[in-house]
Design a protein around this ligand. Structure first.
Ligand SMILES: Nc1ncnc2c1ncn2[C@@H]1O[C@H](COP(=O)(O)OP(=O)(O)O)[C@@H](O)[C@H]1O
Ligand SMILES: CSC[C@H]1O[C@H](OP(=O)(O)O)[C@H](O)[C@@H]1O
Length: 405
């Protein structure tokens, strides 16, 4: 059993060489000369690209025993690498078209070897440049409905479901979400990060009892509602795209939680980009056209997600109680309300909490950036406050359009 050590590029090459020699991966020929470099830009882990002289390559991702963005003062369990690998295996079986392929994993070394998606782009960077992906909505809807449905009580036996819930207990990373999404933005906390000009607005959030109640309810549901095996971190940095392809990476925050969390996080990131474009695209017609595309993407994604789920429930539900259409509709109404609330929470935490988004932080003009931050806070507040009044998706879309105008 290999003892854990944090890798450098040389370790990464040696490790992959051994896999090639033992024929455990088939990406490289036997005469491959391997080189590696580290290029991780996420908050938590090391990411190496290992390549040969023929342009073949793989990604080696390794967990550190702490959060990379903060350092050793924030220890984190290495078990997150096992969770990430096992979520990728689970989601890869259910939706291989939209899940990065896992080629190998090693629990002791807390590492995974993944297909290299370097020919695609990370969605966040592409959306900052206002690039459009017409298939994104349907791909995300398919992925979230399939992973959601087939890991839920609609499909799994009660026994199987309980075994899977226990397989994916992920306390360290859930704690990050519990703190960063639902606690920190509503209290004074050293992890929070916002410009002094936002202080008055932040104080109004901290003094808003209705908003704090909404945040507490969303947190309680996140803690105690094991509906399905979530991706757990469905932001625009976890999605690789091109005009025909969409692939999800990085499900290390995966655990059994509320179905609405992933779709709410995804919609929140579309809206963060929507607001950021008010300061990025100067030409009004161009800006309107791009923002309409984002809104259509959000609406199509939610509508298709809901439709896929209803179809799956009528054809694949294994429990007679859940095969009932009225039950599915009631279940999805709650999913919608949760998703709207989580979407609002994502907007707020990405504006004043620890982890921001480049869509907004990269806006050079400080005044323009501030105006965007004010907008994302108001939008987030209103979505959280009105989430439970949304009876169906059309009411949600009308609410959203009224808030964006
Ligand atoms: N399969 C992959 N193919 C190509 N690049 C990848 C792949 N996985 C990760 N990366 C690169 O590494 C970066 C960080 O990866 P990520 O899984 O998000 O790490 P973290 O868990 O630290 O957030 C990504 O933004 C991307 O640039
Ligand atoms: C201290 S983790 C902060 C933040 O980072 C995670 O995203 P990623 O690992 O993709 O960079 C996640 O969204 C966490 O909330």
């Amino acid at each position: 059993m290999a003892k854990y050590t944090a890798f450098n590029a040389e370790h990464a090459v040696d490790y992959i060489k051994e896999l090639v020699k033992s024929e455990l991966i088939s990406v490289f020929p036997a005469d491959a000369t391997l080189t590696a470099y580290e290029f991780g830009d996420g908050n938590l882990n090391l990411v190496f690209r290992v390549a040969d002289q023929y342009n073949n390559s793989v990604i080696l991702k390794q967990a550190l025993p702490y959060a990379r963005c903060v350092g050793e003062s924030w220890p984190l369990s290495l078990d997150r690498a096992r969770i990430e690998a096992e979520v990728l295996i689970n989601h890869g079986k259910l939706c291989p078209e939209h899940t990065v392929a896992i080629l190998h994993h090693n629990v002791e070394l807390a590492l995974t070897v993944l297909e290299d998606l370097g020919e695609l782009q990370i969605l966040r960077g592409a959306q900052i440049n206002a690039e459009q992906f017409p298939l994104l909505a349907s791909h995300v809807a398919l992925y979230l409905s399939r992973i959601g449905f087939y890991n839920s009580d609609f499909y799994l036996s009660a026994e199987d479901k309980k075994a899977k819930v226990s397989q994916f207990i992920n306390p360290d990373l859930c704690k990050i979400t519990e703190d960063l999404f639902f606690t920190d933005p509503y209290i004074e906390h050293e992890r929070n990060n916002f410009p002094t000009e936002l202080t008055e607005h932040v104080e109004s959030i901290r003094n808003n009892d209705a908003l704090k109640l909404a945040a507490a309810k969303l947190k309680a549901k996140f803690l105690s509602c094991p509906q399905t095996l979530l991706h757990g971190d469905m932001h625009s940095g976890s999605i690789f795209v091109d005009s025909k392809t969409t692939k999800m990476i990085d499900p290390e925050f995966g655990f059994f939680g509320p179905v609405g969390f992933d779709i709410g996080s995804f919609m929140g990131n579309l809206l963060l980009n929507y607001c950021a474009q008010n300061a990025r695209i100067t030409e009004q017609a161009k800006r309107r056209q791009y923002q309409t595309h984002l809104l259509t993407c959000l609406q199509d994604c939610y509508s298709q997600f809901e439709q896929h789920w209803l179809n799956l429930a009528s054809s694949e539900a294994t429990d007679i109680s859940f095969a009932n259409r009225a039950f599915s509709e009631d279940y999805l109404q709650h999913v919608l309300r949760d998703a709207v609330g989580y979407c609002g929470a994502e907007l707020i935490r990405r504006t004043i909490g620890l982890a921001h988004v480049a869509d907004i932080d990269g806006i050079e003009d400080a005044q323009a950036r501030l105006a965007v931050q004010q907008q994302t806070l108001v939008l987030g507040e209103q979505l959280m406050l009105n989430a439970t009044s949304c009876n169906n998706k059309d009411e949600f879309f009308s609410l959203l359009i009224s808030l964006l105008n």
